[in-house]
Design a protein around this ligand. Structure first.
Ligand code: NAP
Length: 218
């Protein structure tokens, strides 16, 4: 399986790339900074430089030729302001999803966030509200497309080692933390489980082995 990952040098993306390479799949990480090529290659993936806030729809469509799936794991990140929540967390996902449709790549796993799908909680602040608004709009865009999408909403991410065990279910799941390594394992399993298409799933730490949790939803 050839999987194109938007935000290919992100913490989750690098973990997904390692898992895919380890099981013999081909991962392609889209990055905007050429200095990150070596890290992406070290994770076992092909690196392609593509700034998703500058690329045209045609450019991205061409990059998806021959792919079997797309993972959207990009994000403007914690240091960014409200405008980049819109240009990355919303618009880059819209760009990737439109390109997937045009390129005929049906499988699309989108990393969203718990809290999306509802109005931003009061007290989140301007940037936090822009983030939730952007994720909600990206989800709505994806649901409206003729793609085999799965929307994954993790809780608060940590860099703790993988536990291999999660709580994964349609909303509402009570908020909690989840290691990025477990998120990556869930993404790899979702890619292998087309029966999870057209589902929105929330993810926190839990008791179910990843493979079982994903299989039970298909
Ligand atoms: N933090 C949390 O607790 C939390 C909770 C739920 C969901 N999430 C979501 O989970 C996702 C992944 O999280 P993570 O921790 O792996 O994120 P991360 O390490 O910040 O990775 C995001 C990646 O997106 C890339 N990116 C930003 N703008 C780009 C552009 N214009 N073109 C191409 N790539 C671009 C960044 O590249 P650069 O290095 O070039 O900036 C970075 O590699 C994000 O969408 C985040 O919003 C986070």
């Amino acid at each position: 399986m050839r999987v194109v990952i938007a935000g290919g040098h992100g913490k989750i993306a690098l973990l997904v790339e390692r898992l895919l390479a380890g099981r013999g799949d081909q991962a392609v990480g889209l990055i905007r900074n050429p200095a990150q090529v070596a890290d992406v290659r070290k994770a076992g993936a092909e690196a392609v430089v593509c700034d998703l806030e500058a690329a045209s729809a045609e450019d991205v469509t061409a990059l998806l030729a021959g792919a079997d799936a797309v993972v959207f794991a990009a994000g403007a990140g914690p240091g960014s302001g409200a405008p980049r929540k819109d240009t990355v967390d919303r618009a880059a996902s819209v760009l990737m999803a439109g390109a997937a449709e045009r390129a005929g790549v049906r499988r699309f796993v989108q990393v969203s966030s718990m809290g999306a799908g509802q109005p931003p909680a009061p007290g989140r602040g301007e940037v936090g509200a822009a983030y939730i608004t952007a994720k909600t709009a990206a989800e709505a865009d994806l649901r409206a497309r003729d793609l085999d999408w799965t929307i994954l909403r993790p809780g608060s991410l940590t860099d703790a080692p993988a536990t291999g065990r999660v709580r994964l279910a349609p909303p509402p799941v009570p908020g909690g933390r989840v290691p990025r390594a477990d998120v990556a394992a869930v993404i790899a399993a979702l890619l292998d489980t087309p029966g999870t298409r057209h589902q929105t799933l929330e993810l926190v730490g839990g008791d179910s082995p990843v493979a079982k949790a994903v299989r039970s939803l298909s």
